[in-house]
Design a protein around this ligand. Sequence first.
Ligand SMILES: [Zn+2]
Length: 294
Amino acid sequence: MNVPSPYPTLLSSFAISCGPSMRRRCNAQLSLFDLLTSISPTQLCATTEEDLPSLERLVNIALLANKYCIVSYEEWSLDRILSLTQRPSNFLRHAPPQICARVLEVAFLCNHQQLLDITTQRLVARMLWSDIDRRPVLEVAERRGITKLQGVAYYKELIELEGYSAQDGFYLAIPPDTPSVRRACLISAHHSLVNLWECIRLHPPTFLSDDCQAHTECLGTWTSLWSYAASSNQTLQHGPADVLGRLKSMMILLKKTMVETESMSLGCVLVALESITAMRDDIIAGLMDHFQEH
Ligand SMILES: [Zn+2]
């Protein structure tokens, strides 16, 4: 385990890195010293979650260590945070959005790509499929230009404005006090996502199979099943701009029907399902593009 250097070494290297201002150095030293001396030697060598400093404290250590260029503590705290994100019931699934947003920010500031990727990926899923308060994460995403999370937050806001009535079908209910530029952006994004759905509905993702003996038949079955799933009630219960909700319903239906059909080889069934996942990931990565015009 990469355990940081003892405090005296840490504080002397810190003093060198802080520049000429004595006042700034003393103040910073105090806060950093207070923070770091509150971690016991057992916590530094901790191997279990119970022994570690709290997540909040790990984030504070990483931010301060980054600010004052103390690489060993920065790496140590980021590694600990990363290990917490990799546990089966990791905090990104259930922790308050404020602390998740701080982890996102520290990963960005410290340029820790692995932590940034896993945090983004988990928050995308949580924002899409739960009613988490998206504002803290969106605030960081906007400030740091993390477009994937921005796109997901704007998309969720938009599809929550889609309503349904038996008389009129689906409609977009933009609050009357919405500024005109924002209103135009929402209408344009809605139009763009509805067009995307039309494209998805008509064009199933294609896939290759090297060792399939009856691939033409597989592709014919795949096209029919895709059309069936795209027009099912289950899929169309989601609003027309909710392409990800519709695609999720299609995936559930297609998994069931493709396993039952005998007109597709097992290898092609698996590759076909992977092609839906790839399509979904592409859509998520490009969500922000629908909101770029204004
Ligand atoms: Zn095939």
